[in-house]
Design a protein around this ligand. Structure first.
Ligand SMILES: Nc1ncnc2c1ncn2[C@@H]1O[C@H](COP(=O)(O)OP(=O)(O)OP(=O)(O)O)[C@@H](O)[C@H]1O
Ligand code: SF4
Ligand SMILES: [Mg+2]
Length: 344
């Protein structure tokens, strides 16, 4: 049994009384000690998926369907008071922008110690020593001095390390890192990725790494889930994904990496990810897909399973149609907010 499995997750927003899905029937599993990268362009639903796992979706957002099974328990069924010890202690979230995740009016030390005390991992007396240990573990130089500083006194890289230290404070089994290096320059980014890899190996963490950067995926992932317009359209171990991408969207993303093929110029996929509520009726990628053909605009493709952990949703690889329980797209005459699947 995987440590964490997300099954048929559908999350969205109530807009003018109608449920508009932004994460649609998403399923994946994460084992102890492995890194799964969730990759896709901006607006594809990566952060909403991460927040759904933590049950941090706020109204008018809501989780409409699905199961999030962690160590045999469906987190979506837990009362909030039983979810609190899971959130932060067993499953920790590292955000993209450490300045918003850290409180500017408290020192870094106060914040790490508070996390330790709230989850009963240290007493007032032992918390400072543990905080020093944690900053050492994330390779912050002079941890004793840094603990007394405020977030604005640290560089971006050190702030991100402090945030990772906070995430590790309670020995979580799963770390969800949402674009942990996007705000950092390239050298610091490489150091933080190296740190995450090292921590993962030493602590046996399961890492769900959210990114829009296939360079990060190549460095970090064991497996990859490619997201487009709320759905996972391809899932694969990292090697085969790069050597033999199946989905036209994955192929487009790979072609857009500068330097992956020497001499090849950056080639962005023309067009943008459709916003929730404006999805085409058939395969969501149809308007941008260079390979589209006759079945594509009719209904969204279902899963084709190649074995070996490789799945794809695309009619080029089979005629499976998405089951009717998934939220449908709008009628062909134009985008309208999508109805709640239960009302459809
Ligand atoms: N509070 C909200 N209300 C309405 N729509 C929202 C809300 N939050 C997110 N969305 C929409 O849901 C979609 C998915 O958002 P999400 O933040 O998960 O994307 P993402 O893949 O994380 O993108 P990025 O790479 O930019 O972080 C987007 O179209 C976004 O505009
Ligand atoms: S189903 Fe059709 S439109 Fe969608 S990715 Fe495959 S070929 Fe392209
Ligand atoms: Mg995001």
């Amino acid at each position: 049994m995987p440590l964490l499995s997300v099954q048929g997750l559908t999350t969205g927003f109530l807009t003018a009384g109608q449920f508009v899905p932004a994460v649609i029937d998403v399923s994946f599993a994460l084992d102890k000690g492995e890194t799964l990268c969730l990759v896709g362009e901006s607006g594809s639903g990566k952060s909403l998926t991460a927040l759904s796992i933590m049950r941090l979706i706020e109204p008018p957002g809501r989780i409409e369907h699905g199961r999030i099974v962690f160590k045999g328990r469906d987190l979506l069924q837990l009362p909030e008071r039983e979810m609190q010890p899971v959130r932060g202690a067993e499953i920790a979230l590292v955000f993209q922008e450490p300045m918003t995740a850290l409180n500017p009016v408290f020192t870094v030390g106060d914040q790490i110690e508070e996390t330790l005390r709230v989850h009963g991992r240290a007493t007032r007396r032992t918390a400072r020593d543990r905080a020093v240990e944690l900053l050492e573990a994330v390779r912050v130089p002079e941890p004793g001095r840094r603990l007394r500083e405020y977030p604005h006194q640290l560089s971006g890289g050190l702030r991100q390390r402090a945030l990772i230290a906070m995430a590790l404070a309670c020995d979580p089994e799963v770390v969800i890192a949402d674009e942990p290096t996007t705000a950092l320059d390239v050298t610091i980014q490489a150091q933080i990725l190296d740190l995450l890899r090292d921590l993962q190996a030493r602590l046996g963490l399961a890492l769900l790494l959210v990114t829009h950067d296939l360079g990060v995926v190549a460095e970090m992932a064991d497996r990859v889930a490619v997201m487009y317009a709320g759905r996972i359209v391809e899932e694969s171990p990292v090697g085969p994904l790069f050597s033999d991408p199946k989905h036209p969207y994955t192929r487009g993303l790979l072609a857009s990496i500068p330097g992956l093929v020497p001499g090849r110029r950056l080639k962005a996929i023309p067009g943008t990810v459709p916003a929730p509520g404006t999805l085409p009726q058939g395969c969501c990628f149809t308007p941008r897909c260079p390979s589209r053909f006759e079945p594509c605009p009719s209904a969204h493709p279902g899963i084709t399973d190649f074995g070996g952990g490789r799945t794809v949703k695309c009619y080029l690889h089979g005629r499976a149609v998405e089951p009717a329980t998934a939220p449908p797209g709008p009628p062909p005459h134009g985008p309208v907010p999508q109805p709640c699947p239960e009302q459809a």
